[in-house]
Design a protein around this ligand. Structure first.
Ligand code: HEM
Length: 108
């Protein structure tokens, strides 16, 4: 992360309020916090984050695309249907494949 003092005032405020720590959005610590929660919980949390720091040209799809990206970065397998704001699948169910990542999909 860049030095705290180099960030805009509103971002410094958010980081200070969280005792100077920004949680990782991928990896075991993240999955530990989120595996029992659903894709809907995550997309709602991300929607609220995006609302606080809206990227340029953000639209309805932005938080869903970010949710899909973050799930993918955590090793989640995609399903046959597109992710939506209302679909609520436990995140742990999408990542339970990780333990068998060396097994070809056809043999699982
Ligand atoms: C639009 C971009 C962003 C997205 C999608 C995003 C997403 C998230 C998510 C999903 C969490 C919850 C993590 C967890 O509970 O495991 C989180 C927490 C946090 N984020 Fe962000 N974030 C964004 C921008 C930022 C920025 C710009 C900052 C500050 C520079 C920031 C600072 C924090 C902090 C301090 C937390 C922990 C405290 C809390 O949960 O409120 N985020 N963010």
């Amino acid at each position: 992360m860049p030095p705290l003092s180099s960030l805009p005032e509103n971002m410094q405020k958010v980081v200070k309020a969280a005792a100077g720590k920004v949680p990782p959005l991928a990896g075991p610590a993240f999955l530990g916090r989120w595996s029992t929660r659903t894709t809907k919980d995550l997309s709602e949390r991300i929607k609220s984050a995006v609302g606080g720091f809206p990227p340029e040209n953000a639209n309805e799809e932005t938080s869903i695309n970010l949710t899909a990206y973050i799930l993918q970065a955590n090793g989640a397998l995609s399903g046959t249907d597109p992710l939506t704001a209302t679909i609520a699948i436990p995140i742990g169910r999408l990542t339970e494949n990780l333990a068998q990542a060396d097994t070809p999909a056809s043999k699982r």
